[in-house]
Write a protein that binds this ligand. Structure first.
Ligand code: ZN
Length: 236
């Protein structure tokens, strides 16, 4: 059993929560599902993964970065609920959306690794939302799930409110690999949101240092370039 497998107590807690707080859509609040079909149908985009073609990401060692939607409703609400409201149950339907989109143009990858949180942050939140997503994505796709290999050594401050340059400095050197087990592998990094790409690039550098052959990334949502230009203080 890997360390991130939910325990019996966690499963019981989930079941109790489901009983006390039946599923309701995080976007329209209708009862029945955490993200209802009507809201899921409004996710902007072509229904397949979009390549985020920012030059910096490629320069930062990422082979390709893909995302399902800009960071707008309804996935913005879903990401918020998954990350800050403890709605772990959302990981499965959200990963299902990623899996459906992935099948329209799958990438050749060998393993899936979630963007790690520092252990202190996992203790505070009780879980890593990226790991939940990656686990559910691997359950749907059959791709090998490799949590725990890429780790966050340093407990970085939240990136919220930081400029692009501050974000890069904040996460530089924060990640590392525990062994050479990803050497020669094509790794798919998974995270909930792509904002500036600073975190993904720092993860990619650590994976490359450990011998990864190629690093791709997949996120649910991505910031739009206008939001990014605000952070960068000008065009990106
Ligand atoms: Zn809805």
């Amino acid at each position: 059993m890997d360390a991130a497998e939910p325990t019996g107590a966690a499963r019981l807690r989930e079941a109790l929560l489901e009983l006390l707080f039946p599923a309701h859509c995080v976007a329209c609040h209708r009862a029945g599902a955490w993200l209802c079909e009507a809201c899921a149908a409004t996710i902007p985009g072509p229904g397949r993964l979009e390549r985020v073609a920012w030059h910096r990401l490629r320069a930062g060692g990422l082979e390709g970065v893909y995302s399902l939607s800009p960071h707008v409703a309804p996935l913005r609400e879903a990401v918020h609920a998954l990350k800050y409201e403890g709605l772990r149950a959302l990981a499965t339907p959200l990963a299902g959306l990623l899996w459906r989109a992935w099948q329209a143009g799958p990438l050749a990858v060998d393993v899936v690794a979630p963007v790690p949180l520092h252990v202190r942050r996992v203790r505070q939140r009780g879980y890593n939302q990226s790991e939940l997503l990656a686990r559910a994505f691997c359950a749907a796709s059959g791709l090998p799930f490799r949590p725990g290999e890429l780790v966050r050594h340093r407990d970085t401050r939240s990136q919220v409110g930081l400029s692009l340059a501050e974000r890069q400095a904040n996460v530089a050197g924060a990640f590392g690999c525990r062994s050479g087990s990803l050497s020669g592998r094509r790794v798919l990094l998974m995270d909930d949101v792509l904002t500036t790409g600073a975190t993904l690039m720092a993860c990619s550098a650590a994976l490359r240092d450990a011998g990864a052959r190629a690093v791709y990334a997949l996120t649910l949502t991505h910031a739009e370039e206008s939001a990014l230009a605000d952070l960068a203080g000008g065009p990106i």
